[in-house]
Design a protein around this ligand. Sequence first.
Ligand code: SF4
Length: 278
Amino acid sequence: MSQYYKPNRKPDWNYGGPKWRLSRSKIALFLECARCFYIDNKLGVARPPGFPFNLNSAVDALLKKEFDVHRAGATAHPLMKQYGINAVPFVHKDINTWRENFKGIECQHAPTGFTISGALDDVWVNKKGELIVVDYKATSKDEKIEALDKDWHLGYKRQMEIYQWLLRQNGHTVSDTGYFVYANASKDKEAFDATLEFEVTLVPYTGNADWIEKTLLDIKKCLQSDAVPNKAPDCDYCNYREVVGKALLATQPKVEKAVLARKKHPKNNVEKTTGQLF
Ligand code: SF4
């Protein structure tokens, strides 16, 4: 089995278990497909993760180091000056925990009883004492990145809104405007020469966290139900699973019959024959 995929995790990590928390990425999964969210959090079988983006992680780590130098000196990063932002990186005793994957900043949400968490990239503070959520992104696009204007940017916007909401739940005053620090690698060079060149831009976004409370209540309702939600339309994962299942069944007419028979007589034990297929 791949070192990245552990399908049968301990029930402690499922909804109702002592280690279960609702992370920012789980909220994103619920909004993408309630069925996958339910199978993951309630039934304990997660979708295989994507392969780790090590180059993006390297850019994140280096940007963090760079901003940490200015945090220690209480100075503005040149990018802040370039964009006229009167702020400095925020100093807080928990900043490293807030930025750590699988820890992050968390809050207890009384209406649902959930512990909600998210690991953010950075926080700045302006002259009014308002916190500014900052997220680092690394990519390689031909055009200069100055706006979040694509449909798929919705996930990034929600990500920022959840971080703003989490900071507010922890009693902080937070600016509605956050920033994406975009590092865009250029492909417009003669050769690689063991060097990537990045254009770094700052993209502002004004968050609106009004959707979060209702979504949390919807998640609670979903998790408390015994009904598995419907699948999302046009999902390549489910379509693949269905097509593969049908293709394999077509090669095994006896098994197909056994599955059909099981539907009629659920007590029949056909796991032994179907196990090899799914
Ligand atoms: S449609 Fe299926 S695979 Fe796709 S996200 Fe939903 S449950 Fe998961």
